[in-house]
Design a protein around this ligand. Structure first.
Ligand SMILES: CSC[C@H]1O[C@@H](n2cnc3c(O)ncnc32)[C@H](O)[C@@H]1O
Ligand SMILES: [Zn+2]
Length: 499
């Protein structure tokens, strides 16, 4: 029958019928069935979703990785893993399947082609010195410090210098996967404000030294400001830990070193110092105090677990034993030690003795980058060369030093340094797809010997994403570039070294 409309009067009603061909009847039947099936599927999906989300715990963030390198002895590497983050802390570490079926998150950062690991902990830096990057190279420590750096600091370091320098340093550190750093410098309130805004975690240790430094006549006024700073900041911000810094045994008198450690104990804060950095320092301290630098500090009752010392290139065997016994942390800065020709710190012997050893970059005018991947790679290489032993400081040990090792040395391992339930969520994702990371046999090997700072894909501190897929989220990088360039122009035209 042809399609046609027929209108009839049937039993008193007006009947409108549309006569369809066989072909159209099949089509209508097909459409109705499809609609019915689709509707059924929507109902089933909705009830599955309700069932799924009802049983799932809500978290803020889920972060995945093809591998999680945890630094937790109990579960060192998890394949196809993920973590759940709530209130800035890690609340679960497991396989992706377990995490995805147990938690629902406001945001998920999938882990395909990525390693998830603890953020890097830079145990020694002078952040704002990035503005002196490349100003004085190829010099020995004393010449570099006395004739170039101290004069430059006297001439240019002020609040604006530290604000811009700190921002530039934080930008560089976030790009490279550093999530916590130690800042031993000037203008601590400005530094703390920048750290607060950019989202990193930092120990901020205002410098005290026995002679004039930017803004100070000498030790007394510098130390008074340091105490004032720590009284105002201690316990105020989860990510900002105030500390005390005494420059070094050759620039701070025994009375002032004693004052520093007493204050650190009284206010219960960390204390940091440059120690046994060069052979010249060992000679100088020996002559003045009739003791080698570590022994000199021990004679002053200075050494305890709240102290962490940068460099320690020239300790003798009994001093290494003393550092281990007193629980002092040591921060190894291989780039700086090589560039200033200070020497090779006896890291294998210190690890063997049980010293808490972490890694740092030092300032960007003795390095010249705040790049922990360089420090990791150098540490894994130079000690093999100096000991003629290829098993010295293996890859796994170095990666531990850059994360949990530094955290232990700084007294922060109850908060950071590993991917473990209860610790703060300071984690990074590293890409594994670029050619220098292919093929992949051993993820730890790649992280130590092949990866670099540009492989850092995403950075999270305290559960907050600071860089996502290399996109900076908390700093105005264009403005920082402009301001840093303008300060550098002034330094270039006005700086006069003192020799
Ligand atoms: C008082 S701490 C800040 C002070 O230390 C200077 N400094 C930077 N790097 C080093 C180093 O390797 N050894 C000794 N002193 C260093 C920095 O320029 C500040 O003046
Ligand atoms: Zn230093």
């Amino acid at each position: 029958m042809d399609d046609k409309l027929s209108i009839k009067i049937q039993q008193g009603y007006l009947s409108v019928r549309y006569h369809l061909t066989k072909y159209y009847k099949v089509l209508v039947l097909f459409l109705c069935t499809t609609l019915f099936v689709l509707f059924g599927q929507i109902v089933i999906a909705q009830s599955n979703y309700n069932l799924g989300t009802q049983g799932k715990q809500r978290v803020e963030l889920i972060v995945g990785g093809d591998f999680i390198v945890t630094m937790n002895e109990a579960q060192p590497i998890i394949q196809n893993g993920a973590i759940a983050i709530k209130d800035g802390k890690i609340v679960a570490v497991d396989t992706q399947y377990k995490i995805m079926t147990s938690y629902r998150a406001d945001k998920t950062l999938p882990g395909d082609g990525l390693v998830l690991m603890p953020g890097l902990v830079n145990g020694h830096s002078h952040s704002a010195m990035v503005l002196f990057r490349g100003l004085a190279d190829d010099l020995a420590l004393q010449d570099w410090l006395e004739n170039y750096i101290f004069p430059a600091e006297g001439q240019f370091v002020d609040q604006n210098f530290v604000r811009v320098g700190e921002q530039l340093a934080c930008w560089e550190m976030i790009r490279g996967g550093t999530t916590t750093f130690v800042d031993m410098y000037f203008e601590p309130d400005v530094a703390a404000q920048v750290v607060n805004e950019c989202g990193l975690r930092a120990i901020i240790a205002p410098s005290s030294i026995d002679f004039p430094s930017p803004g100070f006549k000498g030790w007394d006024d510098a130390f008074a400001l340091a105490i004032d700073f720590l009284k105002r900041w201690k316990g105020k911000n989860e990510r900002i830990i105030p500390a005390i810094a005494a420059h070094a045994p050759y620039t701070v008198s025994p009375e002032h070193l004693t004052q520093a450690i007493q204050a650190a104990r009284h206010y219960d804060v960390p204390l940091t110092i440059h120690l046994a950095e060069t052979q010249g320092e060992v000679k100088d301290v020996q002559q003045r105090y009739n003791a080698t630098p570590v022994k000199h500090l021990d004679n002053l009752n200075f050494l305890d677990p709240r102290v962490f010392a940068a460099h320690v290139v020239w300790p003798n065997a009994s001093e290494i034993a003393l550092l281990a016994k007193r629980g002092v942390g040591v921060i190894h800065n291989p780039d700086s030690n090589l560039k200033l020709a200070s020497g090779f710190a006896p890291i294998p012997a210190m690890l063997q003795a049980g010293v808490k050893v972490g890694l740092g970059t030092d300032g960007a005018s003795s390095n010249n980058v705040l790049d922990m991947w360089n420090a990791i790679r150098l540490t894994a290489l130079i000690h093999k060369g100096t000991t003629l032993d290829p098993t010295a400081v293996p890859a796994k040990t170095v990666l531990r030093m850059a994360t949990l090792g530094s955290a232990e040395a700084l007294g922060l391992s109850n908060k950071i340094g590993a991917i473990k339930v209860g610790l703060q969520a300071d984690v990074i994702q590293i890409q594994l797809k670029e050619p220098h990371l292919l093929p992949l046999y051993d993820v730890i090997s790649h992280l130590v010997y092949a990866a670099n700072s540009q492989d850092v894909d995403t950075v999270i501190v305290n559960g907050k994403v600071l860089m996502e897929k290399r996109q900076m989220l908390t700093l105005d990088t264009e403005r920082i570039r402009r301001e840093a360039t303008s300060i550098a122009q002034r330094i270039k035209s006005q700086f006069r070294p003192s020799n």
